[in-house]
Design a protein around this ligand. Structure first.
Ligand SMILES: Nc1nc2c(ncn2[C@@H]2O[C@H](COP(=O)(O)OP(=O)(O)OP(=O)(O)O)[C@@H](O)[C@H]2O)c(=O)[nH]1
Ligand SMILES: C[S@@+](CC[C@H](N)C(=O)[O-])C[C@H]1O[C@@H](n2cnc3c(N)ncnc32)[C@H](O)[C@@H]1O
Ligand code: SF4
Ligand code: SF4
Length: 326
């Protein structure tokens, strides 16, 4: 469906859970995370019903995220059900990778097409620091498993943070040289758990690109299969590519193609905008899909033209990234 800013909205990002087996400093507080409990999150049957309804207003790409999607029980069955919908041609996940390697074959057999891994450093102690306890070896095992299963294109998400991983940009970019990986550097957004964010930690993609070009020649590449906002560059002589995601310095909202469904059943038309539509309530009150289609349509029609992150995250009661579904 086309929104009021002439954008085609066909990509649904679904947060399966607010739970996570890590506690990344920029996303989730260490303690005091309220467990929303089984009653407040959508059941897998409800999620499936909503995806089926969404296909009727033109959605055909689904990404499962969270929190950590792989901690949600029976995710394999949900993937199989969604992949079985004829209108859905692209189902993917974004994961921290910790649980991936052991689940990979089942996920792939169920119909999972692609996986994006989040990894912000190649130094074990730093991974453990930023995630508050995650093990680099687990994520590496996951990435190699995805390559072994040929789940191409395999993408890595790296949040660029000054004072944390700015000294590793070349080492991380080197992964795209040595392996058929698509390494995406993401500008740190002032969103979510602001206790770790500060403007000094922000690094623009222009600075990242300049750093990479000190060692590698980058050539503007084609978009790598997906639906996201990264701009890709081929690393000359290498196997993969470098992607740059610039929500702050060159926002990409004019090409936005997505809305989000939170784990507790709210449709959120923009990552940044706090307006939400309660689909969980609607599910309880409607026996056919008509009302649901109206609510999907309303979310698309009321989607803002762009984010206002430059004005800061504000003090109103906004959700953190793990609650929105990053
Ligand atoms: N500003 C903004 N940033 C987003 C949005 N969606 C994703 N991001 C950021 O982009 C990063 C990459 O997102 P992914 O979950 O890997 O998804 P994607 O880039 O859409 O995926 P592909 O389909 O593989 O291109 C996330 O870590 C977010 O930080 C969005 O709607 N708005
Ligand atoms: C919220 S996580 C959910 C999926 C999964 N747990 C993972 O980490 O990949 C989705 C993505 O959001 C990114 N993210 C979280 N907070 C961010 C921030 N403040 N700025 C930029 N990216 C952020 C993470 O790095 C991750 O790639
Ligand atoms: S970024 Fe992902 S892995 Fe890290 S705390 Fe947030 S949801 Fe968990
Ligand atoms: S910030 Fe909002 S409008 Fe911009 S790309 Fe993200 S979801 Fe779309």
């Amino acid at each position: 469906m086309i929104d009021s800013h002439s954008r085609k909205i066909d990509y649904l990002r679904i947060s399966l859970t607010e739970r996570c087996n890590l506690r990344c400093r920029y996303c989730m507080p260490e303690e005091g995370v309220e467990d929303v409990g089984h009653n407040r999150v959508l059941t897998l049957e409800q999620i499936f019903r909503l995806v089926r309804a969404a296909t009727q207003v033109g959605f055909h790409k689904v990404r499962l995220t969270g929190g950590e999607p792989l901690v949600r029980k029976n995710i394999v069955k949900l993937i199989a059900d969604i992949a079985g919908l004829p209108e859905i041609d692209n189902i993917s996940i974004t994961t921290n990778g910790i649980l991936f390697a052991d689940m990979a074959e089942d996920l792939k057999s169920a119909g999972l097409k692609r996986v994006n891994f989040s990894l912000d450093s190649l130094v074990s102690e730093k991974v453990s620091y930023i995630t508050r306890g995650g093990q680099l070896a687990d994520v590496q095992r996951a990435i190699f498993k995805a390559l072994e299963l040929e789940m191409h294109p395999v993408k890595l998400n790296v949040v660029a943070i000054r004072g944390f991983n700015d000294d590793e940009i070349l080492d991380i970019a080197q992964l795209a040289y040595a392996y058929p990986l698509h390494v995406r550097f993401i500008e740190f957004m002032p969103i979510g758990d602001l206790s770790f964010y500060s403007p000094e930690k922000f690094i623009s993609i222009d600075e990242i690109r300049a750093k990479i070009e000190q060692k590698y020649e980058l050539l503007k590449g084609k978009d790598i299969m997906g639906s996201g906002p990264a701009k890709y560059y081929n690393i000359v002589g290498g196997q993969g590519s470098v992607g740059l995601i610039s929500p702050i310095s060159h926002h990409f909202c004019d090409k936005c193609n997505r809305i989000r469904l939170t784990a507790d059943g709210r449709l959120r038309s923009c990552l940044y905008d706090s307006k939400e539509i309660d689909l969980k309530l609607a599910l309880l009150n409607c026996s056919n899909d008509e009302q649901l289609l109206k609510l999907f349509t309303k979310a698309i029609e009321t989607k803002p033209g762009r984010h206002q992150m430059q004005e800061g995250w504000g003090t109103e009661n906004r959700r953190k990234m793990f609650q929105i579904g990053g």
